[in-house]
Design a protein around this ligand. Structure first.
Ligand code: UT7
Length: 313
């Protein structure tokens, strides 16, 4: 089978910050509650005229700028659950904004698991259908679906874009394995964008919390056993950023040394499919990973859905 590597990550966040202090003036909440229950201090909000596809395109432009110019994507998968239009799909809008042509382009909605789901699909098509370069984007404008009068949800989300470039020419940072799944019995636990009352984001926070902790733990075990990792192998988890308490619980359950779960939720909140890209980009820039380390990208969320990918650094 062909080897496929991760070449670059790009991200974009809008300039405007919405801080916990701002939210204290909008709903009955406190910085203390938000910080201790979620780990979030601030998030970014896109202006009215900036759409989810713009966030994805800006991240994609940054991503492509880091790669050789002949790495032209032949496949573009746009992970999003907040696309501004149903048609054209976000992938076509991103390709148009970047002047890309001669490519296959489609959207993939797996809520907060979307980026890793899209990575898995892209990886698989590259291995079986011969695509050499694939762009995966996540453009999420959650602020469009947030009820800023509901304190239980409005403190959680931010807007952002992220993009990954995969190449068959670059076996460095090789993608080794993926795991995808869904539990439709939990489909009603996270709802957004529907008719009537189901337009604004709503969730059963406590049950989703439990699901996330258990599923992240079992995905870590599964990837370790599929890759035959021993205690001498060092792995990092780059998870969907929904709540720092979820990540702390996983670190405790798995007895992970300090710093092995990458988190930057305090600055951006939950940015759905984009969040793993934001965390990965920052940790990569800080040179947190050494050659031979393993990275486990793990997404979970609405559906209920989950997706994990293992990369050897
Ligand atoms: O990305 C999609 C996947 N989603 C997730 O992974 C989310 C998983 N769940 C969570 O992260 C947490 O459940 C939340 C952060 C959403 C909520 O935290 P919680 O500890 O589960 O709080 P809760 O919903 O059980 O609420 C506890 C209390 C309630 O008051 P009472 O009923 O105990 O008097 C809420 O009304 O906190 C109250 N509350 C707030 N108080 C101040 C809820 N939101 C707020 C707020 N400020 N913003």
């Amino acid at each position: 089978m062909r080897k496929i590597g991760l070449v670059a990550v790009g991200t974009y966040v809008p300039e405007q910050k919405l801080t916990n202090q701002d939210l204290e003036r909008m709903v009955d909440t406190t910085d203390e509650w938000i910080t201790t229950r979620t780990g979030i201090k601030e998030r970014r909000i896109a202006p009215d005229q900036m759409h989810a596809s713009d966030l994805a395109a800006k991240a994609a432009a940054e991503c492509l700028a880091q790669a050789p110019t002949h790495y032209q994507p032949q496949l573009l998968i746009a992970a999003t659950s907040t696309a501004e239009k149903n048609v054209p799909n976000q992938a076509s809008l991103v390709a148009q904004k970047l002047n890309l042509s001669n490519l296959a382009a489609f959207d993939l909605n797996a809520a907060c698991s979307g980026l890793v789901y899209a990575l898995a699909v892209g990886w698989s098509l590259m291995r079986t259908e011969g695509y050499d370069h694939t762009l995966i984007t996540a453009g999420e404008k959650l602020s469009r679906f947030v009820d800023y009068q509901d304190r239980a949800t409005c403190v959680l989300f931010g807007d952002a874009g992220a993009a990954l470039l995969l190449s068959a020419d670059a076996p460095e940072h090789e993608i080794l394995a993926v795991e995808l799944g869904a539990d439709p019995s939990g489909a009603d636990l996270v709802v957004m964008g529907g008719p009537g009352d189901e337009y604004y984001f709503r969730q059963d926070g406590r049950n989703v919390f439990k699901f996330a902790v258990e599923k992240m733990g079992s995905l870590i075990d599964r990837l370790k056993s599929r890759l035959d990792l021993t205690d001498d192998d060092r792995y990092f988890v780059i998870p969907h950023q929904a709540n720092s308490r979820i990540l702390e619980a996983v670190a405790r359950n798995k007895r992970l040394p300090e710093g092995r779960i990458i988190t930057n939720i305090s600055k951006y909140g939950n940015t759905s499919a984009a969040s793993i890209g934001l965390a990965l980009k920052e940790a990569w820039a800080e040179q947190r990973f050494a050659k031979g380390d393993y990275l486990f990208l793990i997404g979970f969320g609405g559906g209920l859905s989950w997706a994990a990918a293992a990369i050897r650094w």
